[in-house]
Design a protein. Structure first.
Length: 504
């Protein structure tokens, strides 16, 4: 083992029932190295991180720190061994100070007149040491609630740095940051590495990796596929490592797409998120939108639906300009949206299946503002049968349905309101493979019936599976447009990863 190696795993494995989440992973990282971890959802990255952080125990395999064998049975074991993890979701207490958050659970205490209390002077001094080590100009006395989002992310990392780790794991540290605020965090990572900390950097924002990582490790199907220097990690090579030759689903079967323009967007601008976006969506067309996390995909759909304001640009539905889009107006014009977070934004979990299916078309089941239960059940039952929603009855609460059936519920709600344009944001997230295939088939059937669909997915193979045409977003701009027949996973991923900062 190299003298510089700080962390090494051998044959690390983990199974959940018959599913092999991690399969014999041999991994090592040197002090002062920034290693990027990449892979599709379900590739094994999260399981690997959870084992190293002590949140999950490996079934077999060994972990060594500085050459010594360690046993990580719980998070405190990882801290004691010199491994600190910063997860995607922040764990700060907004009402406490920066210093109190940095030393949360490890506050120094003092005794005065026999009473134990937090030694705030020592707390602030220790927190300041952590902030100084990171070269951050943040007042340790400031209340976290008053900090900006990037500053809060820095404090989250400072909590980990305060434990003086040998290995720091950052899980999607820039996922909550807009693209223009990422540079400061990447500079911080490089400064920590320069002080000898080994950093494992997990991110779906592949285009930022060349700016922060020294090397890259790819996972696929629970296995470590390979490691290479970042200088040799071209977008095409990364794509091949992540995808391999496993994709053989084929592309959307071609069908005649109408030339009638159902929705048009011209020169749409929204702060630093969306830049001069122009495109058309035709009747009966499935327009796929590919792009990495932070590319502007969700922001685009929310702007079209009137959920978020935009600075300038034009939106037209059936040739008619929509001057002030709002969800109510867009619904009236025949536009609906299935949101990324279906549980909190797409359905009312405590409501029944039948009521959710008619929620967007109460005018159809009402008379003089009084809901007719007979009409409600008739309309809900018809859609439940049409979409093959598996539920004991229309009276079953939506929260008890599987993820796939909840997604059908969201789609059925909009179909009952007779939408002509359906905006779909990550419609297959969190559902099983059978339900995914049902959603693909449903989308293609909607297109065959003349409904226009914009389909967003983080899984590029899904975009190829259902789309007639594909737009690639990168840093809020349309980086490419092509028929699905001309697209490949490698090509779309390479375009998504291309650094467009110079254009912004």
């Amino acid at each position: 083992m190299s003298v510089a190696t700080i962390l090494k795993t051998e044959a690390l494995s983990k199974s959940y029932g018959s599913t092999r989440a991690l399969d014999g992973v041999d991994f090592e990282i040197a002090a002062g190295e920034v290693r990027a971890l990449v892979g599709k959802n379900g590739a094994g990255k999260s399981t690997f991180v959870k084992i190293l952080s002590g949140a999950t125990r490996a079934d077999r395999g060994t972990i060594r720190i500085d050459g010594g064998l360690v046993s990580l049975r719980k998070p405190s074991d990882a801290f004691a061994s010199g491994i600190a993890t910063v997860y995607q979701e922040m764990s700060l207490i907004l009402g406490l100070s920066v210093a109190e958050n940095i030393l949360l659970g490890h506050w120094p205490v003092r005794r005065w007149l026999g009473v134990r209390s937090i030694d705030m002077r020592q707390t602030i001094a220790t927190a300041r040491e952590s902030l100084d080590l990171m070269e951050l100009d943040i007042n340790p006395r400031a209340v976290v609630r008053n900090l900006s989002l990037p500053q809060r992310q820095m404090v989250e990392i400072a909590k980990a740095v305060a434990t003086k780790p040998k290995v720091l794991i950052l899980d999607e540290p820039t996922s909550a940051l807009p693209a223009h605020e990422v540079d400061e965090l990447l500079s911080l990572v490089r400064r920590l590495a320069a002080k000898g900390v080994a950093v494992i950097y997990v991110s779906h924002r592949l285009q930022e990796l060349p700016r922060v990582a020294d090397s890259l490790t790819a996972f696929r199907d629970g296995r470590l596929i390979g490691t290479l220097p970042m200088a040799e990690a071209s977008p095409e090579r990364i794509a091949h490592m992540m995808i391999g030759v496993e994709w053989a689903k084929g592309k959307a079967s071609s069908h005649e797409v109408s030339q009638t323009v159902r929705l048009s967007v011209e020169h749409l601008e929204q702060g630093r998120r969306l830049h001069d976006l122009s495109f058309e969506l035709h009747s009966g067309e499935v327009l796929g939108i590919a792009g990495l996390l932070g590319s502007g995909r969700t922001e685009l759909l929310r702007a079209i639906m009137g959920l978020d304001p935009f600075d300038s640009g034009t939106i037209k539905v059936d040739g008619v300009q929509v001057r002030r889009p709002s969800p109510t107006l867009m619904k009236r014009l025949g536009v609906g949206m299935t949101p990324e977070d279906r549980k909190s934004e797409g359905i009312v979990q405590m409501m029944s299946v039948g009521k959710n299916l008619t929620l967007s078309c109460l005018e159809k089941v009402s008379w003089k503002n009084v809901i007719s239960l007979r009409r409600e059940r008739a309309l809900g039952g018809k859609m439940m049968k049409s979409l093959s929603i598996k539920t004991p009855s229309l009276d079953t609460e939506a929260k008890s349905l599987s993820g796939g059936n909840q997604q059908k519920l969201v789609i059925g709600k909009w179909l009952n309101s007779e939408v002509r344009v359906l905006l779909m944001d990550e419609p297959t997230r969190g559902i099983d493979i059978l339900a995914k295939n049902q959603v693909y088939e449903l989308v293609r059937n909607l297109a065959a019936e003349g409904i226009s669909v914009i389909f967003i997915s983080s899984e590029i193979d899904e975009v190829l599976e259902v789309s007639d045409r594909i737009l690639v977003l990168n840093a809020g701009r349309i980086a490419a447009e092509m028929p699905t027949a001309d697209a490949t996973i490698e090509k779309l991923l390479a375009i998504s990863m291309n650094d467009t900062r110079s254009q912004t």
